[in-house]
Write a new protein. Structure first.
Length: 340
């Protein structure tokens, strides 16, 4: 299929799950009821994606409070009780983060329930997202390893263990989210790609890495104002990504300042081209989506293009995100009609 569609990451949670003061608040001490609410939210986002014509659906990260910490919560050696303030993304902003205080090991499966629920309730190809090693270590304080690279590879081992289990659960595409790749250019080339490949080692399902300049918080918006008229930083890392074993690269294309000519550096990859702007409440038309695909076609063969969102849509209002999902599906269908 030309221009298959997928979602870059998370989707908004239903109000009764996302808002702590609404219906699900009394269930906090009732694990079974909260688990049921998360399951129901997962089924809802699957249905929304299917109705919108999305080809490769996700569980929308409905069971995670944070795209990184949702994975960390199932790891021994991490202290969530004593969070500390730390600079994130080369001190772009500060955040309260947990601490690594002992050797890292998995307590057991991390995302088995979410993956199996999604796999049971959709016949479509299923994508699952995990945080990448570099982004994890940039979102947690080290009080044990004393070496960023060593800690990154320790997390890569655990990611690989869970990724293989997700594959066994029936996941068709595993995507590692690495927003840290947009700031640590030298480290990406020195060891970041190697850590990412370790996380994906041995997988036979499709693999992807999602990189972007960050959406959803003011600190990222302010930082992007300092990057100039063209965001060419990816030029430094695309060749290394292209030489890697990772098969797909998700990158923002609509209303970003990434020169699309840089996509030609990913000549051996499927490009998940972001055709939906997640930093704006303006809902795209199908024609808007086709226009971005046409622009990407100047640098990427049509057989290597997948249409997606610039990033996850969790910070967006639910009605806006749903309308954008519909635009994504309709735009890809129109592109197949016009360009296929």
């Amino acid at each position: 299929m030309l221009f298959p569609t997928t979602i870059a990451g998370s989707l908004p949670k239903p109000e009764w799950l996302a808002e702590p003061n609404m219906l699900w608040a009394p269930w906090k001490s009732q694990g079974a009821e909260l688990a049921r609410a998360k399951r129901d939210a997962t089924l809802l986002v699957l249905k929304l994606q299917e109705d919108a014509g999305i080809d490769i659906v996700t569980e929308g990260e409905q069971s995670r409070q944070h795209f990184v910490h949702g994975f960390l919560e199932k790891i021994e050696g991490i202290d969530f009780a004593h969070k500390v303030e730390m600079g994130i993304r080369k001190e772009r902003y500060k955040a309260m983060v947990p601490q690594v205080v002992a050797p890292l090991t998995l307590k057991g499966r991390v995302h088995a329930d979410e993956a199996r629920i999604a796999r049971t309730h959709t016949a479509r190809a299923l994508k699952f997202t995990l945080p990448g090693p570099m982004t994890i270590i940039d979102t947690i304080a080290d009080r044990y390893y004393g070496d960023r690279v060593k800690m990154a590879f320790a997390f890569a081992e655990l990611l690989n263990e869970e990724a293989k289990a997700l594959q066994a659960d029936g996941v068709d595409l595993i995507q590692f989210d690495e927003p840290a790749f947009n700031v640590y250019m030298d480290e990406v080339n020195d060891w970041g790609i190697k850590a990412l490949e370790r996380a994906a080692e041995g997988l036979t399902c499709s693999t992807a890495v999602h990189i972007c300049y960050g959406y959803g918080i003011k600190a990222n918006t302010d930082w992007k104002e300092t990057l100039g008229a063209q965001w060419r930083q990816y030029e430094q890392i695309f060749p290394a990504i292209d030489a890697s074993s990772i098969q797909q690269v998700a990158v923002e294309c609509r209303n970003s300042k990434v020169p699309l000519e840089l996509l030609a550096l990913l000549k051996g990859k499927i490009v998940q081209a972001g055709v939906i702007d997640v930093a704006s409440d303006t809902v795209e038309t199908a024609e808007d989506v086709v226009k971005v695909i046409e622009d990407v076609l100047q640098f990427v063969p049509k057989s290597n293009i997948m249409a997606t969102t610039n990033c996850g849509m969790a910070p967006m209002r639910r009605e806006i995100s749903e309308a954008k999902l519909v635009a994504l599906g309709a735009g890809a269908a129109l592109a197949r009609q016009k360009l296929g």
